[in-house]
Design a protein around this ligand. Sequence first.
Ligand code: GTR
Length: 395
Amino acid sequence: MKKLLLIFSVFPLLSPINGMSQIPANYDEDKVPALILSDPFVSEKGRLIQSITDWEKIRRPEIVRLFQDEVYGQIPSNFEAISFEKVNETANPYPELADLEEVNITVKRNGKSHTMRINFFLPKDGKGPFPVILLINYLPKYADGTLVDEAFWPVEKLIRRGFATASFHVETVAPDIAETFQDGVISTLYSEQIGQSNGMKALGAWGWGAMRAMDYFEKHSKVDSKISVLVGHSRTGKAALWASANDPRWAFTYANESGCGGAALSKRKFGETVGAINRRFPHWFADNFNQYNEKEEDLPIDQHLLPGLIAPRSVYYSSAKGDQWADPKGEYLGLQLGSRVAAEIYGKKAVFDQGFEDLEGPIHLESVGYHIREGKHDLTWEDWSLFLDFVEKNI
Ligand code: GTR
């Protein structure tokens, strides 16, 4: 009997991955730990941060570094050359409504090059320049060449609403596969990142791809890149937030149901946890993030500090009631606390004090917005359309 007990008690040590993956997710609000969250307005040296200068020179860079080193990994931005080539491979599904540009973006560094592809629709109606929406799409490219997945990317409706819109599939930058995610931009252009504990991983690579798309928009005569919108759903919502924290050219950032490692507070340990996400998707976050598996309380930051990195530019989150895995309440609290930077540093009317349980409809404030809808994990037209109401209000 003694022997048997011993075998059971050493089992988790011998097989941590299998053992840990069986930890059940918590969905009980009573079991959420008391939250101790770092103050956005106190620097590491204890200085009170109250001005834009102190925020941008002292506190913001500290927080960016912590997210980079402990959570997402780097997004290297240096390269030697970038070029854009229009190709013509796929039929335009909306010839009456939009012009289609399929663009190969080629980036060169250290004698090597990587080419990614964006698919870009520009309204035929009107001269422009048009506001632009980029979706980072994690759905795989269709073997039959179809360009558009209406489930996540409602091109026709976006065009009718007056936007130009582009998307890229994540595998054009870094495959969403643990074994092969480096077989894209990471090994071609930034191989020195491999093996670094804060090296670039898949979320950072997808964010890098969004930046290169923006390089194209900035040069395009029919695009108003000052009204630019970066959108991601779920895993690409996480990538969109980190991209926008690194790249101030995005006027609006929309993360739909981005959950753990995105909008939601990690320290709540509600639904998906840091350990659960790192074990299932070891290629998404910096290797350092593994230190916080089952130890979220040790994180020196939490996701409430992310919206402040994007401020005073606009941030929008949305949740679904049937997507408890993403912790809607944790997403809401992350934004509510995070919008303090927009409000208190930049003077935006971004304060909202409703409790999550008391929400009665979308919150559309100056530079900050949120909604929660019925239904499950998905990016639906209802989500898009509420978000676009917010954009139109804030343009
Ligand atoms: C889930 C994952 C989430 C979210 C989601 C998605 O399986 O646990 O973090 O990213 O996938 O991207 O659809």
